[in-house]
Write a protein that binds this ligand. Structure first.
Ligand code: ZN
Length: 196
């Protein structure tokens, strides 16, 4: 994908990259190429120590996400009970079909926004609908870290970073670091490259 001699290099795009601002396209066919992309994204997520990675972060504007959310600290929602034992999990064309009225503020980070963390207020639980690579559709209420991670990753499919979701007083705290990250990114096409 990035040239034969770089087969085991993994790239994650960082804040400032155009691909992170796009509305990603649905996956229409689970081709060999899509399966390979899923496998590469899972490896990249591990190399960079993430618990979720959306295809746009990997430079592909497609509605596809990989998760590896740890099973501990489940809050017991049906989605956590069903999906956490299946990790790592690849989903295509995921959607949030409902959001709880209850909101929770929780710290987030992102492989595309390295070394910057800030609290984001989001619904405590969401109803998550998606399809696996094997064609299984599922729909579950998901809370806890999984529910949070789903909301964060699906934002990537619509061109949003968690830094776009901050309260003004929290945004102010990280603004300098974020601007520095974007300006440093110009010299490397907004990419982090790791080999393993
Ligand atoms: Zn992210």
């Amino acid at each position: 994908m990035f040239g034969k001699n770089k087969k085991e290099s993994f790239i994650v795009y960082t804040a400032g990259a155009a691909v992170l601002k796009e509305i990603a396209r649905p996956v229409t066919v689970v081709s060999d190429e899509i399966r390979q992309l899923a496998s590469d994204m899972l490896k990249a997520m591990r190399v960079f120590n993430g618990i979720g990675l959306a295809a746009p972060q990997y430079g592909k504007s497609l509605r596809m996400v990989v998760f590896d959310v740890p099973a501990e600290n489940s809050t017991g929602t049906p989605g956590e009970e069903y999906l956490l034992p299946k990790m790592p999990l690849t989903v295509i064309n995921p959607e949030i079909v409902a959001r709880s009225e209850q909101l929770i503020k929780r710290e987030e980070g992102c492989l595309s926004v390295p070394d910057i963390f800030a609290p984001v207020t989001r619904p405590a639980t969401v109803v998550f609908r998606a399809q696996t690579l094997d064609g299984e559709f599922f729909e579950f209420e998901c809370g806890g870290l999984l529910g949070r991670c789903i909301q964060h990753e699906l934002d990537h499919l619509d061109g949003f970073l968690f830094t776009d979701r901050l309260a003004p007083e929290d945004e102010r705290v990280i603004r300098g670091d974020l601007n520095r990250l974007k300006s440093i990114g110009q010299s490397c096409n907004y990419r982090r490259i790791s080999k393993k």
